[in-house]
Design a protein around this ligand. Sequence first.
Ligand SMILES: [Zn+2]
Length: 142
Amino acid sequence: MNGTAAVEGFFDPEAQALLGSRCTGCGTYAFPAKQGLCPNPRCQSETHDVVPLSRRGKVWSYTSASYQPPPPYVPTDPFVPFAIVAVELEAEGLVVLGQAIASVGAEELSVGMEMEVVTDVLFTDDDGPKLVWKFQPVEATR
Ligand SMILES: [Zn+2]
C-alpha cells in the first residue's frame, strides 16, 4: 500500500506491524516505544531497541465510536461510526488500541476473538495517503 505513516514511529506500514520498544536490560516491551527509564521498576536500564511487535492478538475490549473523536482524528461528514478495539498482542501481552477495519462493526466483535494488524488509509492529503494500523478479525482473511 502506497503512502506514509500518519504518525511517525508507531507503525511500519510496509511490514504491517506496530513498532514498540524492548528494554536492552530486562526485555520488557512497551508501546508506544519507550525512551528513558525502563517501565519495569526493578530495572535500571535506560536503553531500548525499537522492534516490530506481534501482528496478532486477542480482543481485550471494544466499543463503538458513535461520535467524532478529537484531533488528530480527521472528521468525516457525515460521520461514519466505527469500532475501536483494544487488542492484547500475542507475544508481548501489551494492550494496544486501534480502529477496526471499516467493514467490521462493534456488533461483530467479541472478547477473545483473534485479530491481526493491517495497514489502512487514515486520510489522504496533498502528499498522498496517510497510513495507520487497524485491526481485522483473522477469519476475514480466509
Ligand atoms: Zn528494563
